[in-house]
Design a protein around this ligand. Structure first.
Ligand code: FE
Length: 205
């Protein structure tokens, strides 16, 4: 059957990779069979693209200003995230808090499991063998390479993600942010601070 009536750019099929061709075929079939509309597919793709560190930053900032929320979040990360209207993806989320005594670092030694529903796609270095192996063996050295030099009195806990268990680091709230609104606090929370390789940003003086 001809697909000439379809909209969008015309791409030479030979130039499309196998999975791209398969994705296109499935998409066209879903629409043709009336299972999904093109608009629904576009909306879903938009939703997936909206997943990114800004969601995790909202969670962190809310935990910083609301101690009761923080308690709930640390008890059940998935429920805590859902409470803010952020969809959970079926994996269990565990939130670990950085304190003056403990620094948490997240890795997936097997592959690249990552809390994608709140952080989006993992950075390239997270997927590299070097990080995956060294984060466990010499976390202090790895952290130093990210510019995070911890005093010897701080113990480091490394959390190994799995297919059904993901971790999010709750970084320590920077000093000098008392009374700040959540939006302003969230801007201090970047991706790396929620993986644990860095601290949250310090407020500008
Ligand atoms: Fe993995």
């Amino acid at each position: 059957m001809s697909h000439d009536h379809h909209h969008g750019p015309t791409i030479d099929p030979e130039r499309l990779a196998y999975y791209q061709r398969m994705a296109t075929a499935v998409r066209e079939l879903l629409i043709e069979k009336g299972i999904l509309t093109d608009a629904q597919i576009v909306a879903t793709i938009k939703k997936m693209e909206a997943r990114g560190p800004a969601l995790g930053a909202r969670v962190v900032a809310h935990a910083w200003v609301d101690p009761n929320y923080k308690t709930r979040l640390l008890l059940d990360g998935s429920a805590g995230v859902e409470e803010l209207g952020i969809p959970v993806d079926g994996t269990r989320l565990i939130v670990v808090e950085n304190t003056e005594e403990v620094h948490n670092l997240v890795v997936c030694t097997l592959c690249s499991c990552y809390p994608r529903n709140i952080l989006g796609l993992p950075p390239d270095w997270y997927k590299k063998a070097a990080y995956r192996a060294r984060a466990v063996k010499e976390p202090r050295a790895v952290l130093a390479e990210f510019g995070t030099v911890l005093s010897d009195s701080v113990s480091i806990r490394v959390h190994d993600s799995t297919a059904d268990m993901r971790y999010l680091v709750l970084p320590a709230r920077p000093a000098g942010t008392e009374g700040w609104a959540e939006d302003k606090l969230a801007a201090l929370v970047n991706r790396d601070s929620m993986i644990g390789v860095q601290a949250a940003k310090e407020p500008e003086q």
